[in-house]
Ligand binder design. Structure first.
Ligand code: UDP
Ligand code: MG
Length: 136
C-alpha cells in the first residue's frame, strides 16, 4: 500500500552559504522525493523562535534561533511514500559525527549546531511546519 506524505525540509544557513543548495536538492531527487514547493528566504529571529518553540526550554534554543535567522535558508516541501521517515533517514543523525555514511548531514554537516538541514519529525509536525512557511 502506498502512503504518500509531505514533509518540510530546510536547507540551513551553513549549507546555503557554502552553495550546497543544488547538491542537497539533487540528493532529494536521487532518493525519489518530489520537490512540491520551495522558496529561498531569510527569517526574523522572532519567526525562528516560533518555528523552534518546541525547544524553548533547551540550553541551545537562543543560539539555534539566532543561527536559523542569520542568513538565507531554502524551505522545501518534499513528497514521497513515507516522506517524513524517509527524509529523516536521508538527513542522518542530528550530530553529523554520528550520522551514517551517505546521509546529508554526514556529507555536509559541520557540527551539531551547523548540521545543514532540518526535517519534520512526524506527519503531524510536517503539516504544522508546511503551514508555517507556505500557508496562503
Ligand atoms: N541543536 C543544537 N544543539 C544540540 C541539539 C540540537 O544546536 O545539542 C540544534 C540542531 O541544529 C538541531 C536543532 O537544534 O538540528 C533541532 O534539534 P532536534 O533535536 O530537533 O534535532 P533534529 O530534529 O534537527 O535532528
Ligand atoms: Mg527536530
Amino acid at each position: 500500500m502506498s502512503n504518500v506524505e509531505k514533509t518540510l525540509s530546510i536547507i540551513k544557513p551553513d549549507a546555503v552559504e557554502r552553495n550546497l543548495e543544488n547538491e542537497i536538492k539533487e540528493m532529494f531527487k536521487n532518493n525519489g522525493f518530489s520537490i512540491i514547493k520551495q522558496k529561498k528566504i531569510q527569517i526574523e529571529k522572532s519567526e525562528a523562535e516560533k518555528f523552534y518553540k518546541v525547544h524553548e526550554t533547551k540550553p541551545f534554543y537562543n543560539d539555534l534561533c539566532t543561527y536559523l535567522s542569520s542568513g538565507p535558508i531554502v524551505v522545501i516541501v518534499l513528497e514521497k511514500d513515507n516522506a517524513v521517515f524517509a527524509n529523516r533517514k536521508l538527513m542522518g543523525d542530528t550530530n553529523p559525527k554520528d550520522a551514517d555514511e551517505g546521509t546529508i548531514r554526514k556529507k555536509y554537516g559541520i557540527s551539531i549546531d551547523k548540521n545543514s538541514v532540518h526535517g519534520s519529525d512526524s506527519v503531524e509536525n510536517a503539516k504544522i511546519e508546511i503551514d508555517f512557511f507556505f500557508k496562503e
